[in-house]
Design a protein around this ligand. Structure first.
Ligand code: DAK
Length: 256
């Protein structure tokens, strides 16, 4: 998989999404490969933690790959959404700590990936957004649930319904990211945190992760999958996606 770089050093696995020309947009094989790169360390006692980051200085990941959307049927959307949910939930429940090192745009599915990680460190130029409603969609990889959980319902409502972006300082103020650093210090900061955690009891760490995660419910995820798939084949989403690809403003008005 050329679009993903996996490197093990100092007892940590660094997974880099490597499609900088497409703003590291995530397609299904890439999401699968990220999941596999994480799971492969599960029983590897030499790896204590994982960092997920994006290549280049513009994007962590600017969302799911919109250019693949027009081909999706409702069935495809359910299947892809379910698979994505499983992969992201496995990351969220991974027994070793996973940190997203966010170096630029973390939008839509990219932010959902970052939110499934246990912690997030961002550079000062990082920008966060849930632009799905601009496309006539909603977050499809757990974003409606995890964002509300992380920053509270009111701010999650505002953020998802307006599709406005927020910068790294605001993301820090709201508790979406753990720390904001200069870009040169990004991976080093994530490594420092993981090396601290590596000194603690590994079994205790895995149980702490499991129990902290227990407060997120399954019901909301199921409802999100079903809404996402219905929207994917709606005329409004077809219009929103076509508008992005054709580089024009969407006209949702007359569409059901
Ligand atoms: N997908 C595909 N290509 C993308 C992309 C994306 N998400 N984001 C950027 N690109 C491409 C651009 O089309 C452009 O390609 P070319 O025109 O050069 O071929 C290239 O990356 C550089 O982007 P820009 O020229 O636009 O760069 P700017 O600096 O001007 O703007 C930007 C950067 C990140 C603000 C802008 O590119 C942007 O607004 N990007 C789209 C953001 C977005 O709407 N993201 C998607 C959100 S929806 C699913 C489950 C969940 C989801 C999907 C499916 N299933 C279960 C099926 C989640 C959905 C989303 O994530």
């Amino acid at each position: 998989m050329n679009d993903l770089t996996v490197k093990d050093e100092k007892g940590l696995r660094v997974i880099t999404i490597n499609r900088p020309k497409a703003m590291n947009a995530l397609n299904a094989p890439l999401i699968r490969a990220i999941g596999e790169a994480c799971q492969a360390t599960k029983d590897d006692a030499t790896i204590h933690g994982i960092i997920i980051t994006g290549a280049g200085d513009k994007a962590f990941a600017a969302g799911a790959d919109i250019k693949g959307f027009p081909e999706l049927s409702q069935e495809d959307a359910i299947q892809l959404s379910r698979e994505g949910h499983e992969i992201f939930t496995d990351i969220e429940n991974f027994p070793k700590p996973v940190i997203a090192a966010i170096n630029g745009y973390a939008l839509g599915g990219g932010l959902e990936l970052a939110m499934s990680c246990h912690m997030r460190i961002a550079t000062e130029n990082a920008m966060f957004g849930m632009p799905e409603v601009k496309l006539g969609l909603i977050p499809g990889y757990g974003g409606t649930q995890r964002l509300a959980h992380l920053i509270g319902k009111a701010k999650a409502m505002e953020f998802i319904l307006t599709a406005n972006m927020m910068d790294a300082r605001e993301a820090y103020r709201l508790g979406l990211v753990n720390e904001v650093v200069g870009s040169e210090a990004l991976v080093a900061k994530a490594e420092e945190l993981l090396q601290t955690i590596a000194k603690r009891g590994p079994l205790a760490i895995s149980h702490a992760i499991k129990n902290i995660n227990l407060s997120v419910t399954d019901q909301g995820f199921e409802s999100e999958i079903s809404s996402f798939a219905k929207l994917m084949v709606s005329d409004q989403a077809r219009e929103g996606v076509a508008a992005f690809i054709e580089k024009r403003k969407p006209d949702f008005k007359k569409l059901s």
